[in-house]
Design a protein around this ligand. Sequence first.
Ligand code: NAP
Length: 399
Amino acid sequence: MGEMITIEEDGTLCVPDNPTIPFIEGDGIGIDIWPAARSVFDTAASKYGYQIEWIEVLAGEKAYNETGSWLPIDTLTAFEKYLVGIKGPIATPVGGGYRSLNVVIRQALDLYVCLRPLIWFKGVPSPMKEPYLVDIVVFRENTEDIYAGLEVEACTPHSKKMIELLQDTFGWEIRSDSGIGIKPVSKFRSQRLQRAALNYAVEHNRKRVHWVHKGNIMKFTEGAFRNWGYEVVREEFADVAIAWHDCNGDAQGKILVQDAIADIALQQVLTRPADFDVIATTNLNGDYISDALAAQVGGIGIAPGANINYSTGRGVFEAIHGTAPKYAGLDKVNPSSLILSGALMFDYLGWTEAANAINKAIEASINDGIVTYDLARLTAANVTKVKCSEFAAAVASRI
Ligand code: NAP
């Protein structure tokens, strides 16, 4: 029998050696990648003296077929209760004004950090000349910005009303055929993200943190995000971190915190990736930057992700790609994104050695030329193209 992960008042996770962890298998290729990834998790856990009791919870098509609901309340309750869970990709039902189930899960559990570590594994085909310079962790704000869904459609009574309100209240001239979106960026939600990024930098011995923003144009949202970030550094992290302009770039052993405007940051992560370490940014910027960086290190088949609330301890770890339905059940696709998300989950649980063992085993497998179709087609090197399950077996055997 598994035991529950709990959290203490100071935010410390209490993780038993035999935790119960809920999982969503996922739609489409979930049927292939989940069993593959799970075999790697169980191998790594058992090597380091742990045993996970997995409990399946439903979402997406499997949930709909079995319960008539795309996201049964029991699933959210399980993630609430057990704190930490993992999921494969979920199809977003088309039509009927459906919202993404992934977004619903993130919002229902207030998982305010979208965490994306981007690191290159030796042997992975990359469009970069020096992909090994990429070792960047992105903290993307997950709950507000223009993703809040506060939009009115053009040429509707709602947009007419909004345009009139803005004209009457602020004197703003907006074309009558405009759609309008609202971009809320709050101090509370910005600073909890920035705090999480700084804590991560401290715990993982990172040297630099960048606030990436577009504050030169959007002063009271993106610019405020930047300013609130420096406020957190000065008021809460002065013993371990320092702002660039408070030390002229010489951090003297502390974490150096600086900011970069999003457009130049997108160039610099390409041209000078080694200058970046931890990035914290607003929701839309984070979307672009994390996918651009994923491309630099081998694409979505190999990049992991997590959605975390560090205050409640809740975290849902996930493959960042979708359900790739045309490959479902073919035992073909790359399970690395889900496997690496599991390694990220182990790291979050404090199982650092087991996490590192998984990362190293993935790298060793790829470096030995054992790859799934997606990486095989990107390389001219002589590789052995294997199935999804065979790749997982290769990884497990190297742990
Ligand atoms: P997708 O499922 O990510 O697939 C797009 C393409 O990416 C695939 O055709 C394949 O490329 C490649 N790919 C994806 N996963 C791969 C893997 N594990 N190994 C190797 N290659 C992989 O994106 P989509 O077709 O736009 O979305 C399909 C469904 O997934 C939609 O319902 C969408 O809403 C959902 N979705 C869910 C999530 C999530 O649950 N987090 C995220 C994104 C999308 P090739 O065809 O070139 O081989």
